[in-house]
Design a protein around this ligand. Sequence first.
Ligand code: DGT
Ligand code: CA
Ligand code: CA
Ligand code: ZN
Length: 577
Amino acid sequence: MKNREIAAVFSRIADALDIKGEPAFKILAYRRAARILDEMAEDVAVLAADNRLCDVEGIGDGLASKIVEYLKTGRMAKADEAAKGLPAGLFDLLNVPGLGAKTVGLAFKALGVAGLDDLRRVIADGSLAALKGMGEKKAENILKGIGTLEKGRERLLLGEAAEIAEEVIAELKRAAGGGRIEAAGSLRRMRETIGDIDILASVRNGEAVIGALTGWNRVRRVLAAGDTKASVLIEVGNGERQVDLRFVEPDSFGAALQYFTGSKAHNVKLRGLAKDLGLKVNEYGVFRGERKAAGREETDVYKALGLPWIPPELREDRGEIERAREGRLPTLIERDDIRGDLHCHTTASDGRLKLAELADLMRAMGYGYAAVCDHSRSARYAGGLTPERLKAQGAEIDALNRKLKGFRILKGTEVDILPDGTVDFPEPVLAGLDFVVASVHSSFKRDVTARMIKALANPHVDMIGHPSGRLLSGREGYDVDLEKVIEAARIHGKAMELNSHIDRLDLDDVHLRLAKDKGVPIGIGTDTHGADGPAMIRFGLGTARRGWLEKTDVLNTLSAAGLARWRNKRTGEKRRP
Ligand code: DGT
Ligand code: CA
Ligand code: CA
Ligand code: ZN
């Protein structure tokens, strides 16, 4: 699908116009078009072929003809015109948190700033601060923003890395025409961020596979290409990331997979165990003296050490080897255990999917239910619902549910936790809902612990949404004591969210395990806003598994009826003196 590609072109136009100081309404039209395309479920090329582009809300004749132009020619004249005279590096500056297009335009015109290096220079020599309307403080904040941006770029988000790895592995497999090719490293362990992508291959056709890697269209630079190993830098966003490909013999594939999956700490512990048993483990196999005891399959490697196979998500030396020895590994939650999604948005607030579209997508995931949790009125930036609009949505949900068989939309809300710790809807409004997520979206540094604890005491609140508030791309999160909040959830019989969005993965693995140990259920939500949302559950699941979660630790492994029983039981208990 070209949807995303065209969305990127529209965003680029908006950015260019913004830097040039064009009027806001022009810019907004392109931004909106970009968002619509980015999150649209249907293939834009199909819509264009059917002459249905203009049926899409927010796409008029002008935009439609630009889309058609791009589909036909691979270019858009408007994009070239808008970017004319602007150095490419300027666009990257828009990624600096706290640096807007107006300032970028000003720095470009007044000081000739054309990229990050220039920007750092004009901050250092004071010339940026000296510009009209700037000042020391603003310049200082921009410098901080540069730091945040660069830190975020040191590692890829899990979701980004997974997408790249799948794409490249598919290319390599095509070239190999057989054999085994698999991702290892932190990606296989489903870490929330990934330093570099490690791929192992056991193929006959090594030369063709190396050719496919070095010739891949996203490769920017080839660092090494030998008989046993190749490394390339590929383009991601505005940076570069490394992909390492290693070739191994078929009868060592399992051992190599084990070795290069890591983590280093897990491997060190494993080698110690092997030594105690008079064995040696390396990337070629498990050896007793010269005799090779295992190597072809990873399971055999663990078996030779007297262990059951350990799922990659557990391999962090957090007690998994000891537990494996005792035969007490957790039975980690799996995709098929998930019966519904607990956190989705629709067009009623800031989502891109209509209610019926959301229902279709969630049903296609094999679920029995999905809770629509649009924002509440205080989240004005996100089109938060008033009680009246929530009620109207409820009626719409009832009507839709009457038509659906074997699937239900649950009436929910993502209600704002206000600065004073009350929530954004009065109790009678919440009482009519099937599921209530309460989240902090403002005053991140103000009494967040106390506010969340107060929200948990509200009898209608079921779960705290994205409890740490961090963004992996570079936002620190709330000033919150999660241990205390998790304890409050235990006392009130409430759940904590594991938000599957690739920039959140919040709670993280460490706090998930803490919640599990306290018996606090985790609700895995995707925070779906567009068509690509539902599938994000896999990253939530990866994180859940890293947190040692089992089926019984997760709320949405219950059926819709089970979920209702869980809520009722809690209410009943609370009523007892
Ligand atoms: P990353 O890339 O920073 O997200 O993390 P990893 O875990 O993918 O680390 P990476 O790419 O440096 O190495 C991949 C795996 O290879 C690592 O998890 C364990 C193994 N490995 C690499 N170097 C060593 C080493 O010096 N000793 C041991 N035992 N294992 C290593
Ligand atoms: Ca790696
Ligand atoms: Ca590596
Ligand atoms: Zn939220």
